[in-house]
Design a protein around this ligand. Sequence first.
Ligand code: SF4
Ligand code: SF4
Length: 92
Amino acid sequence: MYSVADIDVDICGATKCRLCTQFCPESNTILYDSVRGTAYVAVDRCKGCEICVGICDDLAKHEAIKMLPIDKVVDGFEICKVGFKESLVEAK
Ligand code: SF4
Ligand code: SF4
């Protein structure tokens, strides 16, 4: 079992921050949903390095990212492939 980054969209969405999206070493892994105004993680691309946790905690000071065991991430694979469903609906 390994852990992946999980973003609390309520905390992140309350900020104007996109900081972690510039630091993840894996391309297209922390993405930004401009409709909901929050970052989110493409779970199947996350390597579990935890760099984003340090960025959010220590640089951004928002503490919005926690590492979660992969089997605890709700709808993670659905999120990684299509983004937030609500956003897609609103964007149409
Ligand atoms: S660093 Fe934290 S608050 Fe900033 S975009 Fe990333 S998850 Fe959101
Ligand atoms: S844990 Fe590492 S690979 Fe995963 S989203 Fe954070 S910075 Fe990217």
